[in-house]
Design a protein around this ligand. Sequence first.
Ligand code: CO
Length: 210
Amino acid sequence: MLEELKQKNREWAASKTQVDPDFFKRLVAQQSPEYLWIGCSDSRVPANEIVGLDPGELFVHRNVANLAPPQDANYLSVLQYAVDVIKVKHIIVVGHYGCGGVRAAIESSDHGLIDHWLSPIRNLAREHRHDLEALDHEHQVDRLCELNVIRQARNVSSNPFVTSAWKRGQTLAVHGWVYSIENGLVTDLGVHIHNADEAEALFANPADCD
Ligand code: CO
C-alpha cells in the first residue's frame, strides 16, 4: 500500500520536472503564495486541486469543520505567518456541504473529544435555531455549513493580526466559500472583507444573523 504511494510520488516528481526542469529549484528558493486557504480536513476537499494551484501557490490550514477559533495556537500560528511573513493577499475560508463535523455538532449523540472542538458550531446552531428548524435535516446541515463559513470569516476579520495588517495599509481580503462534493464547484457566499470598516459593517449587520 505505502509502496504504491512512494511509486506515485516518484512519478509525480518526474512529471513536474519533465514539464518544468526548474520547478523544485524555484520552490526551494522561496514560497510566495497569494492565498491562505482555511478548509476542512475532509479528504474529499483537496485545497490545491480544487482551485488548480501548484505547490508554492496556496498556503493551507485545514482542520475538522474549517474553524478559525480565536484561541487556537495552530490556526493563529498559520494566520500570523501568512499575514506577517508571506503577506498573502486573500484569506479564503472554505466550508463544504454535507460536512461531517458540522453534522456531528448538531447530533445529540456523543463523539468524544471532537465534541469540544465542535462546540462553536453547536453554539452557532443555537443562535440560528429558528431558521434551522424550518429546514429538513440535510438542509439544516448545509445551511449550518454556510453559517459556519460566514462566522469563521468574521473571526478571521476581527483577528488582531488581520486588523493590524489593515492598519499598516497592507492589502488583505477575507472571503467565504462553500464547496460542493457532489459537483466539484465552489459557491461564493458573498462575504468579502477588504478593510476594518467592512469588518465593522459585518459585525453591525451580520449576514449570518438575518
Ligand atoms: Co468537513
